[in-house]
Design a protein around this ligand. Structure first.
Ligand code: GAP
Length: 455
């Protein structure tokens, strides 16, 4: 089991403003959460780290931000209308509804009764009406994965960027699934965010690329602070693969509730591009999918050497942002006993993920000179581009340190009487993890912190 419990995380997230239950004042909408002032910063930092590694640091990936509302034909030809289901059972005694694969020994997990209905398929996609009249035909879906628009926009991206395979299209955005049993905080929710890359390769090179992406993604999660011993690779058994996948690796993490999927890396073959392509035979293509009478597209590329068109294969690393946030919080949460017997809660987040990078703390908030200097230092540090710098004038210094330890602020800068009275002006900087304090000249502070955060 993980050292951190879910109760510890849920409590910290509410207390300090990371994550709140959605519609809390009305009793909550189940399986839906809102990110508070610090949660949004952490989430944005995780997404920025992913985007940087996927798009900026590579020369073979472009970005996309597509709509959430999805044409029903897209999800019909992608196979989601027919197959994106979970088998569902009802307990006849307590009326609880559950996924068939969550039932152990034929007993209702809620009341223990064995009087359960036969499993029935339940489609996980949310439907909504487009336009003012609800006549049952004019509906669209909220996308269940961000991937599909990458496939339907494949040709536009290729034409506008002149990309040749191998290359990828990256996207971060919301997805929606009407999960039967949302649970474990933000681990399984009905509205969540995904960070997905569709990496298009020549058929025959797909297995090699699948291995490369598996290695790259594990390395990236380690760079976000996950310990190697808490990361596991699980190769999905053939009978459990998603309808589009030839092979899938799950990157699993030791969450507080157990070892579960954090990211899936699937070999989707030419399934999606092939399915969205018009009449394969007529076009002389050989994707392993059915004919599409509704599409206008030929989602293929030309092989200059072999002088023929082909439908690329796709390797898809697909990570959940919310599960990523939960994973980095799980790993970072630490309780330490201090020499005086008090417990110190510290969020030992990697610096680039920390919601607040530096807290500038005026020792006396009713001293105008100290306050002015603290403002000046905050504004100076903001200009360095290291991220959020916060003026922390809410209480006494001890409380301020405790609060910033709990939210993971790597460095506190304290402005005191010496800062305003002595020349050259100096401040105290305090390290979150070691609690070590040192005195540093204000003139050297910006460079010092830039080195800390941008190395
Ligand atoms: N495009 C492929 C795809 O969507 P998936 O394994 O169903 O594959 C990918 O989802 C990732 O999205 C998962 O590894 C997980 O991190 C996240 N995810 C999926 N369903 C989720 C849910 N109900 N709540 C939170 N995250 C979810």
């Amino acid at each position: 089991m993980a050292a951190t419990s879910m109760d510890q995380l849920v409590s910290l997230c509410k207390r300090r403003g990371f994550i709140f239950q959605n519609a809390d004042i009305y009793g909550g909408l189940q399986g839906v959460y809102d990110y508070g002032p610090l949660g949004i910063e952490l989430k944005n930092n995780l997404k920025a780290a992913w985007w940087r590694s996927m798009v900026y640091e590579r020369d073979d990936v472009e970005g996309l931000d597509a709509a959430i509302l999805t044409h029903r034909k897209v999800l019909q030809y992608s196979g989601h209308e027919a197959t994106f289901t979970d088998p569902l059972c009802d307990c006849k005694k307590c009326k609880a509804r559950m996924r068939a694969d969550h039932i152990k020994d034929g007993k209702c997990p809620n009341c223990g009764s064995t009087d359960l209905t036969e499993p029935r398929p339940f489609n996980l996609m949310f439907k909504t009406t487009v336009g003012p009249i609800e006549d049952g035909t004019n509906y669209a879906y909220l996308r269940p994965e961000t991937a599909q628009a990458i496939f339907t926009q494949f040709k536009n991206v290729v034409d506008s960027t002149s990309r040749k395979v191998p290359f990828g299209i990256a996207q971060i955005g919301k997805s929606f699934r009407n999960e039967i049993t949302p649970r474990n905080f933000v681990f399984r929710v009905r509205e969540f965010e995904q960070m997905e890359l569709e990496f298009f390769v020549k058929p025959g090179t797909d297995e090699e690329w699948h291995e490369k992406w598996k290695e790259a993604r594990v390395k990236w999660w380690e760079e976000q602070g996950l310990k190697p011993e808490n990361i596991h690779i699980h190769k999905i058994a053939k009978e459990d693969l998603a309808h589009y996948s030839k092979a899938t690796y799950d990157i699993e993490f030791q969450f507080p509730h157990g070892v579960e999927e954090l990211e899936g890396i699937a070999n989707r073959t030419d399934y999606d591009l092939g399915n969205h392509t018009r009449y394969q035979n007529e076009l002389g293509l050989t994707a392993h999918v059915h004919e599409n009478k509704d599409s206008e597209a030929k989602l293929a590329v030309f092989d200059d050497q072999e002088k023929k068109w082909f439908v690329p294969f796709v390797i898809e690393p697909s990570a959940g942002v919310d599960r990523g946030v939960l994973a980095v919080l799980t790993e970072a949460y630490t309780e330490e006993t201090l020499p005086n017997g008090e417990t110190r809660i510290v969020l030992k987040l990697k610096k680039h993920l920390a919601p607040v990078k530096v807290a500038v703390i005026p020792l006396k908030r009713n001293n105008p000179d100290i306050m002015q200097k603290a403002h000046e230092i905050k504004n100076m540090l903001l200009k360095t581009g290291i991220g959020r710098v916060m003026l922390e004038d809410s209480g006494n210094i001890g409380k301020a340190y405790r609060r910033h330890d709990e939210i993971g602020t790597p460095i506190c800068v304290t402005v005191d009487f010496e800062t305003i009275e002595k020349q050259p002006a100096t401040v105290t900087i305090r390290d979150r993890d070691t609690m070590a304090q040192e005195r540093i000249a204000v003139d050297e502070l910006a460079d010092y912190l830039k080195k800390q955060f941008m190395a």
